[in-house]
Design a protein around this ligand. Structure first.
Ligand code: GCW
Length: 708
C-alpha cells in the first residue's frame, strides 16, 4: 500500500516517502527510474546496519518511484576514500560519500542510474542512505547529479530525554515517555525502532534515556537489563545509549554511607558499576550528570569541586571508552550574585582540571533556555575543557507545544555568535565542534520534545525542531532557511501533486515564528517573566517566591524610572565575563542590539532607541507586533485549506488559534503591568486591553503538563 492511503497522522515524520514518479503499472512507467545502488564499506560484508540501510532504500524507492532498487554490497579500500572520511576519528568514520558510478557493469542505460555510497563504517553508509533519500525528494534532480561528501561537524550528537522512570516527562508536552520501563526488557514496543530510525535519519548518534534530575534506580541491575534491551535494539542504527547518573547512587542503591568522590570505596563502587554496565552494554556512551544544582546531590556535599566529582566518574568509565557529560547549569540558593554570572564564576577556575574524557555541557544562554539570551560567556572563556552545547528542543519557555516556535534561527544565532576570544571568527560553533581550542571530544545535546503522542511532538510543526536540531548537530553551517525548506518539503509534499507554494508558505511561517514568540512574550531582551512553575504564559508581577532569582521582578526590575537589568559595570557587571569587543558593543545602550537592550541595561521609559521610539512606545509596539504576527500566521495557515491534508491542517489551525489568544494575553498582561510603572499611555496602533490587570493576574491555566 502506498503511504498516501494512510491518514497523515504525523507518525511518519519526515520519512513519508510520497510518490515522486508514476508507479510501475501506470502508463509512463518507463520514465520511472530503476536505481542500482552500491554500498561500499571496508569489509563489503552484510551487517545488521547494512541490512537496515538496504531495507530503507527498498521501502523508500518503491514508494518514491514505484520500483525497488538493485542494491549491491562492495568492499572499498579505505585509502581510496576522500581524506575527510579516512581520518581516525568518530567524525570521519560517520561521514559518507555519494557519487554517481559511471560504468555500470549491469544496467548502463540512462534510465538506470547507478550510485555508490561509500563510508569507512556501516553507520556512515546508513547516514548516506538517508541523505540520498532526502536529496532525491528535495531536488527532483536527475539521480546522476547527486554527489555529496559529508562529515558531521560534531562527534557526539545527543538527545537528552528528561524522562522519569514512572513515564512522566519533565517539560514534556507530547504525552508520556517513549520508554515503557514496566514492559522492558521482555516486551519491545515497535516504536523503539521507529525512534532509532528517525534518529539515524538525522545522524543523531546518542540518546540519554532518563532525566538529569535522576533516579538512582536506573543504575540497578534490574534497570540496566532494560536499558541493555534498548541499547541492543538501537545499536544497528548507530545510536548509543547514555544514562543520567545520580551522584548519590552509591548511598541510595549501594551499601555506602557516603558519595564523597575522594573516598576510595566510592570510586570503587563506580568502577564496579561501570564494569557491570559495559558487560551488558559494550558500546555504552557514558554518564550525564546534574550535580549541586536545584537540589541534586553532588561533590559540593562533601566539600569537593565539580572537577573532583566529574573526574572520579571519568576514571571509572575511561577503561571502557565512556565519557562524562558534566552539566554547568548551576546557580546557588545562597549566592547573591546575579544568577547569570554564577556558572562562569564556578567553572572558569576549574578550567584545565578536568580529565580528558569529561565534557562540560552548557546551556546556550547563561540563564535558562529563554526565548532569547546572549550566549553563555563560558563558551568564550573556558579554553582547556571540551565544551558541549545544551539546547532545549522542548519549548519550555516558548509556548510549549501549543505554539509554533521554529528554533533553528535561535540556535543559529547562538552558534554564529562571535566570542572574539581568539579574534574575529571565534564563533561558538567552533568552540563546540572542538576546532577553536583543538579538542578531539565534541558534543551537542538537545533536550528532547518527543513523547508518546502519535505524532511524537504534540504540535505537528514541532517536529521541525527535532529535525532542525539533528540537522544542525550534523552540520552547523546549514542555514535556518535550508532546514525549514527541507523539513517542510519532506513533511508536507503531497503525493503526485507537488505544490511548491504550500511548502514555501510553511517554510516562511516557520522562519518567522520564533521572533514572533519573542515579540509577544519577552521582547527587547526581557527574560524570565513567565508564570511560575509551569512556565506557560505571563507572570511579570510574581515577586513572592522564596528565592529572589526565581521571581520575574528580579529580572525585569521595572520601577518608576524605567525597565531592565543593569548588567554593566554600574550594575551586576555580568558583561565583564565577555570579551572586550562585546563589552564595548553591548555596554553602551546606543550600540547594544535592541534584542539585548533590557538584558544588559536598565533604561528610562523615555530612553530613545535608534528607531526614534521611546523605550515605552517600542515595548508596547513590540508586543503589538507579536500579536499581529501571530494573527498573520493563523491567516496564512488558513489559506492552506485543501492543500494540506485535513488531519494536520485542522490540528495546526486549532493550535494557531490558541496561539493568537495566548499572544494577546501576553501582550495585555505585560503592558498593563509595566504601565503601572511607566504611567504612560499606549501609543497609537496598540489595541487597549479589554480587561483589568487583576483579571490577567487571576488567570491560571487549568492543567499544564510537564511541570515537575
Ligand atoms: O529549565 C529548567 C527546568 C527544569 C530543569 C532544569 C535543568 C531538568 O525548569 O525542569 O530540570 O532547568 O535544566 O536542570
Amino acid at each position: 500500500m502506498s503511504p498516501s492511503h494512510y491518514a497523515e497522522d504525523g507518525y511518519a515524520l519526515w520519512l513519508r516517502y510520497p510518490r515522486l514518479a508514476p508507479d510501475s503499472t501506470s502508463p509512463g512507467a518507463d520514465e520511472c527510474p530503476r536505481f542500482t545502488i552500491i554500498l561500499a564499506t571496508p569489509t563489503g560484508q552484510e551487517t545488521p546496519t547494512l541490512a537496515l540501510a538496504q531495507a530503507e532504500l527498498e521501502t523508500a524507492l518503491r514508494h518514491l518511484y514505484g520500483q525497488p532498487p538493485l542494491v549491491r554490497l562492495e568492499a572499498v579500500d579505505t585509502d581510496s576514500l576522500p581524506y575527510a572520511l579516512r581520518a581516525n576519528d568518530t567524525k570521519a568514520r560517520e561521514g559518507f560519500l555519494i557519487a554517481p558510478f559511471t560504468t555500470s557493469p549491469q544496467n548502463n542505460t540512462s534510465s538506470s542510474p547507478v550510485l555508490r555510497i561509500a563510508a569507512a563504517s556501516d553507520t556512515g553508509i546508513l547516514y548516506g542512505v538517508f541523505a540520498l533519500l532526502r536529496q532525491l525528494q528535495l531536488s527532483d534532480q536527475p539521480f546522476s547529479n547527486i554527489a555529496i561528501t559529508s562529515v558531521p561537524s560534531i562527534a557526539h550528537r545527543l538527545l537528552n530525554h528528561w524522562d522519569n522512570l514512572d513515564g512522566f516527562v519533565e517539560r514534556g508536552y507530547a504525552g508520556n515517555s517513549l520508554w515503557r520501563w514496566e514492559e522492558l526488557p521482555d516486551e519491545l514496543d515497535p516504536r523503539y525502532r521507529d525512534y532509532a530510525r528517525a534518529m539515524a535519519s538525522l545522524g543523531l548518534n546518542g540518546t540519554v534515556l532518563n532525566n538529569v534530575n535522576a533516579d538512582a534506580r536506573i543504575l540497578t541491575t534490574e534497570y540496566l537489563l532494560k536499558v541493555a534491551a534498548l541499547a541492543d535494539l538501537f545499536r544497528a542504527y548507530g545510536l548509543r545509549v547514555y544514562l543520567s547518573a545520580r551522584f548519590s547512587a552509591p548511598i541510595e542503591i549501594g551499601e555506602l554511607h557516603t558519595g564523597d568522590p575522594l573516598a576510595t570505596e566510592v570510586a570503587a563502587w563506580w568502577r564496579a558499576k561501570a564494569a557491570e554496565i559495559y558487560a551488558l552494554i559494550p558500546d555504552f556512551g557514558g554518564f550525564l550528570v546534574k550535580a549541586n544544582s536545584e537540589g541534586q546531590p553532588g561533590p559540593h556535599d562533601y566539600g569537593r569541586s565539580h572537577a573532583e566529582g566529574a573526574n572520579m566518574l571519568a576514571e571509572a568509565l575511561a577503561p571502557h571508552g565512556g565519557i562524562v557529560i558534566w552539566r554547568a547549569f548551576v546557580y546557588s540558593p545562597d549566592n547573591k550574585t546575579d544568577r547569570v554570572k554564577q556558572a562562569y564564576n564556578e567553572f572558569l577556575p576549574l578550567d584545565g582540571n578536568f580529565a580528558p574524557n569529561v565534557v562540560l555541557q552548557i546551556k546556550n544562554g547563561p540563564l535558562d533556555f529563554m526565548p532569547r539570551e546572549p550566549f553563555s560567556p563560558l563558551f568564550g572563556a573556558m579554553r582547556q575543557t571540551p565544551l558541549a552545547a545544551e539546547l532545549q528542543i522542548t519549548q519550555e519557555y516558548l509556548g510549549q507545544q501549543h505554539q509554533v516556535a521554529f528554533l533553528a534561527p535561535m540556535w543559529k544565532e547562538f552558534l554564529t555568535s562571535e566570542t572574539y576570544t581568539q579574534g574575529p571568527g571565534s564563533t561558538v560553533a567552533k568552540v563546540i565542534d572542538g576546532t577553536l581550542n583543538g579538542h578531539p571530544l565534541s558534543l551537542i545535546s538537545g533536550v528532547a520534545n518527543t513523547g508518546s503522542d502519535r505524532n511524537w511532538t504534540g504540535h505537528p510543526l514541532a517536529q521541525a525542531n527535532w529535525y532542525a536540531y539533528g540537522r544542525l548537530a550534523w552540520d552547523h553551517t546549514l542555514t535556518s532557511g535550508k532546514i525549514a525548506h527541507e523539513w517542510a518539503q519532506l513533511t508536507f509534499r503531497n503525493a503526485r501533486s507537488f505544490d511548491p507554494e504550500t511548502v514555501e508558505t510553511i517554510e516562511k511561517l516557520l522562519l518567522g515564528s520564533r521572533e514572533t514568540v519573542v515579540n509577544y512574550s519577552m521582547p527587547l531582551g526581557l527574560h524570565h517573566i513567565m508564570a511560575t512553575a509551569h512556565h506557560y504564559g505571563p507572570g511579570p508581577w510574581v515577586d513572592n517566591l522564596h528565592r529572589d532569582d526565581w521571581n520575574p521582578t528580579y529580572y525585569h526590575r521595572a520601577d518608576e524610572q524605567g525597565l531592565g537589568f543593569d548588567r554593566t559595570a554600574t550594575g551586576s557587571n555580568a558583561l565583564s565575563q565577555y570579551a572586550p569587543e562585546l563589552q564595548t558593543l553591548w555596554g553602551n545602550p546606543d550600540t547594544c542590539p535592541p534584542e539585548f537592550l533590557l538584558w544588559f541595561h536598565h533604561l528610562p521609559w523615555d530612553y530613545r532607541l535608534s528607531t526614534g521610539h521611546t523605550l515605552w512606545d517600542k515595548l508596547c509596539l513590540s508586543y503589538q507586533q507579536g500579536v499581529e504576527e501571530a494573527q498573520a500566521m493563523l491567516s496564512t495557515w488558513e489559506k492552506l485549506a485543501g492543500k494540506v491534508d485535513t488531519e494536520r491542517f485542522t490540528d495546526v489551525r486549532q493550535r494557531l488559534a490558541r496561539q493568537v489568544t495566548d499572544a494577546i494575553t501576553w501582550r495585555d498582561s505585560c503592558l498593563l503591568y509595566f504601565q503601572t510603572f511607566s504611567k504612560r499611555p499606549f501609543p497609537a496602533g496598540v489595541e487597549p486591553p479589554p480587561h483589568s490587570l487583576s483579571y490577567y493576574q487571576s488567570l491560571r491555566p487549568e492543567s499544564t503538563p510537564g511541570n515537575p
